[in-house]
Design a protein around this ligand. Structure first.
Ligand code: CAA
Length: 258
């Protein structure tokens, strides 16, 4: 499948989606978001794929929504086209694990897309920010909500009200990213983590993702009950039998994703 704003690659059981608008620091125009939706649809439907990576270039994961495309947008255009809702949020509905591998700028919508992924691996040159206020708007793809849940009110409020960027170390300290690796190693490390996840029993990985995400949406007692139900259901899989048998027999498990 040929895309003009993305480069996609399948590597065994993992998929790599590289945002590719170098002339605009990977800013998200309508076409890129349509293509990203299509790419995720394709990899989600591919039974071989167990984990996806979304990345950008070494300079920019993405510098946010395309300001040149948004410049003339009126309220009525935004409302009737259902800007953002119409094609930006496919990542949040991907049932397979998705890793954001962030190098360079992840600003505005770029930071928001990274936060839509399941976790963020950051290169040591990564910079995160929600600078929308400096151009007269606000975050519009979940930034005020997701950033606050990641880093707490005080830091989210400061970031969104001043538009300042945080570097990778600060992002790791405050829980926005899972880990920092050197920029040169980012892709290699992301692929190695993705392969590890893709090698896990598929249903257990997909359900675990659902459980962790439920922590954002439910009170504790409901979340724990949801976890318990899915946990119970995993005892209906062949992979549970295989995983536990292999442990007891001191051998490597052979999962069939069944
Ligand atoms: N939209 C469109 N074009 C962009 C862009 C964006 N978000 N970000 C960068 N570009 C373009 C620049 O216009 C420039 O193009 P030209 O060469 O044609 O002039 C090219 O990319 C390179 O950018 P710079 O020359 O600015 O590069 P720099 O290294 O000096 O600065 C930067 C890099 C700090 C990322 C800077 O480009 C910048 O601040 N970009 C805008 C960031 C921003 O405000 N993002 C929020 C967008 S709004 C949003 O995302 C809304 C939402 O929540 C949904």
């Amino acid at each position: 499948m040929a895309f003009s704003t993305l480069i996609t690659e399948k590597d065994g059981n993992i998929a790599l989606i590289k945002l590719n608008r170098p002339e605009a620091m990977n800013a998200f125009n309508h076409q890129l978001m349509d293509e990203l939706t299509e790419a995720i649809d394709k990899f989600e439907a591919d039974p071989e794929i167990g984990c996806l990576i979304i990345t950008g270039s070494s300079k920019a994961f993405a510098a946010g929504a395309d300001i040149k495309e948004m410049q003339e947008l009126s309220y009525m255009d935004a409302y009737y086209r259902d800007f953002i809702t119409s094609n930006w949020e496919r990542t949040t509905r991907c049932r397979k694990p998705v890793i954001a591998a962030v190098s360079g700028y992840a600003l505005g919508g770029g930071c928001e897309l990274a936060m839509m992924c399941d976790f963020i691996l950051a290169a040591d040159n990564a910079k995160f920010g929600q600078p929308e206020i400096t151009i007269g708007v606000s975050p519009g793809a979940g930034g005020t909500q997701r950033l606050t849940r990641f880093v707490g009110k005080s830091k989210a409020m400061e970031m969104c009200l001043t538009g300042r960027m945080m570097d990778a170390k600060e992002a790791e300290r405050c829980g926005l990213v899972s880990r920092i690796v050197t920029a040169d190693n980012l892709l290699e490390e992301a692929k190695s983590v993705a392969k590890k996840i893709a090698g896990m029993p598929r249903a257990a990985a997909m359900m675990t993702k659902e459980m962790v995400n439920a922590a954002y949406e439910t009170p504790l007692s409901h979340g724990v009950r949801f976890e318990r139900r899915l946990f119970h259901s995993l005892f209906g899989t062949e992979d549970q039998q295989e995983g536990m048998n292999a442990f007891v027999e001191k051998r490597t498990p052979h999962f069939k994703n069944k």
